[in-house]
Design a protein around this ligand. Structure first.
Ligand code: FPP
Length: 270
């Protein structure tokens, strides 16, 4: 069989029936290189069921598992999950924050074998030094345990805020220049800023998914999403599964990306 046809028709191992059906409609040569997800709606999901908010977070772990596995199975190069914003830390009751921290530690411990089976490398973005010591230690352990994997990069945004990231990047640039002959020769360009962001290990996201309906970026990857497609679904995060990820990719593939140029048929196209 012609290899191009084979590429179109082969369904990756491990997808369930619904996922396979959606995948068969995708063009595997035009997968996004990086998908970033704003996981929202855990609280609303719980409230609809008359459950405490934390039950929504607990259920959200299963969604993380399903989404990560499906993403790895289709060979998505990079997936980033907004798990905990720097604002969450200040604005949520301490008991809920404490619950999220314990959930994260438990997730990291339980998931490392699956991450390794799926050849997934774990990375983090955010001010990790402000997180509790026990969380930092577990993060370090999980990162080291998956460091040799060569497949998908799973980045967890923990105590992350985009403006904070930019502040940290600018401070790092100035500090590096001061240590290296002073500011007089400093030339700031986009590439220099990219190299000082927490996301320096990643390409910019092609697709941002937000669950639970809000049309906001909530201080997530503001620099990096300059040309990203945005997909908002009403589905609350605890109901989100791998098939929803594939549906978002299907929608992404129907969009025309112009990067500031004109569409085909209108002359100049960049
Ligand atoms: C948003 O829902 C969700 C969060 C702030 C936390 C996300 C955490 C998880 C999905 C579970 C743990 C994560 C990992 C990586 C293991 P919300 O509480 O803001 O919902 P609401 O807007 O409906 O109140």
């Amino acid at each position: 069989m012609d290899s191009e046809v084979a590429l179109h028709t082969s369904i990756p191992a491990g997808l369930d029936r619904k996922e396979s059906e959606i995948y068969s409609r995708l063009d595997p040569r035009r997968l996004p290189r990086h998908i970033a997800i704003i996981m929202d709606g855990n609280g609303r999901w719980a409230r609809q069921r008359h459950l405490p908010r934390v039950a929504g977070h607990r259920a959200g772990v299963e969604s993380v598992r399903s989404t990560v596995e499906t993403a790895a199975r289709i060979h998505l190069p990079a997936l980033t999950l907004y798990a905990f914003s720097s604002e969450n830390w200040k604005k949520r009751p301490p008991r809920e924050v404490d619950f999220l921290m314990r959930l994260l530690r438990r997730y990291l411990k339980a998931e490392v074998p699956t991450l390794n089976q799926n050849n997934i490398r774990l990375e983090y973005i955010g001010r990790r030094h402000e997180l509790p010591d026990a969380v930092q230690e577990r993060m370090q352990w999980a990162q080291q345990a998956t460091a040799k994997n060569t497949g998908m990069v799973l980045t967890l945004a923990l105590n992350y805020g985009a403006r904070m990231e930019l502040v940290d990047a600018f401070n790092a640039i100035v500090q590096a220049a001061a240590n290296n002959g002073g500011l007089r020769h400093l030339k700031i360009d986009e590439e220099l800023i990219d190299r000082h962001l927490y996301t320096r290990h990643l390409p910019d996201p092609d697709l941002v998914i937000r669950t639970s309906g809000e049309m906001r970026l909530s201080n997530f990857l503001l620099w990096q999403v300059a040309y990203a497609e945005i997909y908002v679904t009403a589905t609350h995060w605890p109901d989100f599964r791998g098939r929803h990820l594939l549906e978002a990719i299907a929608e992404y593939q129907t969009r025309e990306r112009r990067y500031g140029g004109l569409s085909d048929g209108h002359g100049a196209h960049t």
